[in-house]
Design a protein around this ligand. Structure first.
Ligand SMILES: NC(=O)c1ccc[n+]([C@@H]2O[C@H](COP(=O)([O-])OP(=O)(O)OC[C@H]3O[C@@H](n4cnc5c(N)ncnc54)[C@H](OP(=O)(O)O)[C@@H]3O)[C@@H](O)[C@H]2O)c1
Length: 213
């Protein structure tokens, strides 16, 4: 059985955990304050879920989801995630994260920053352009007309393959944006950001995005 390690247990982390347990994954979930603060969530998730500290969640995961605010990126443990696929839900909000010059100038992307922080992991951007509540509600089986699509982006084909499989198991189609250097297309203030789209609509929105919003 595949275990998802989840670093961050807020809006997105808790919803990914719910969808993952429903899809049959084991989850080990963590936050900044300690596992004891996650007892209600773990009780809700049931026997397939455990709470841990971030390094333990990272070590336990066959695949790891990083879903903390961008300003906490430097705290993400490196060694426990080595060699693993890492799904990155991050978005850059300068109001929350402080201004980051290279992002403001369009010289890098938040997911490239995580990839640089985790040089031996295989980062894929995922779940960054959907409201948390929709992760468990706007879902449909494969082949359903107008099924919602989500974007992923990675420098590693196997990470795209995993994100595609997970999206499908959760109830979404996938559009591959390409390498992390292109992941700005699905970031904040672009047409594909946090709107409901099927795969054709998402592809069209990605194509018309501008590098600087
Ligand atoms: N909300 C959305 O609908 C949405 C949609 C797509 C993408 N995103 C993006 O996904 C990321 C997470 O968003 P969110 O809304 O889930 O955030 P959130 O509700 O504020 O939750 C953040 C989680 O990260 C944990 N955390 C913070 N600093 C940490 C650290 N240094 N080490 C370990 N854990 C830490 C927090 O722990 P504590 O609870 O202990 O503080 C909390 O569990 C953000 O980049 C956000 O922009 C959000």
């Amino acid at each position: 059985m595949t275990t998802l390690g989840i670093i961050g247990a807020g809006h997105i982390g808790s919803q990914v955990a719910r969808a993952a347990v429903t899809a049959g994954y084991d989850v080990v979930i963590s936050n900044s304050r300690g596992p004891e603060t996650l007892s209600d969530l773990v009780a809700e998730l049931g026997p397939k879920a455990q709470a841990a500290i971030p390094a333990e969640a990272g070590a336990a995961g066959d695949v790891v989801v990083v879903t903390v605010p961008l300003h906490a990126l430097a705290d993400v443990p490196v060694e426990p995630l080595s060699g693993k696929i890492v799904l990155d839900t991050n978005n850059y909000y300068f109001e929350r994260d402080g201004h980051i010059d290279a992002l403001d100038k369009g010289e890098t992307t938040s997911s490239q920053m995580l990839q640089e922080h985790l040089p031996t992991s295989k980062v894929a951007k995922a779940f960054n352009h959907i409201r948390s509540e929709d992760i468990t509600t706007d879902v449909a089986p494969a082949g359903t007309p107008n099924r919602r699509a989500l974007a992923t982006s990675s420098d590693f084909p196997e990470a795209v393959e995993f994100a595609t499989k997970l999206y499908d198991e959760f109830g979404f189609d996938t559009v591959n944006v390409g390498p992390l250097s292109e992941s700005w297309r699905v970031e904040r203030d672009r047409p594909a950001y946090v709107v409901r789209q099927n795969a054709d609509e998402l592809k069209a929105n990605l194509a018309k995005a501008n590098r600087l919003p």
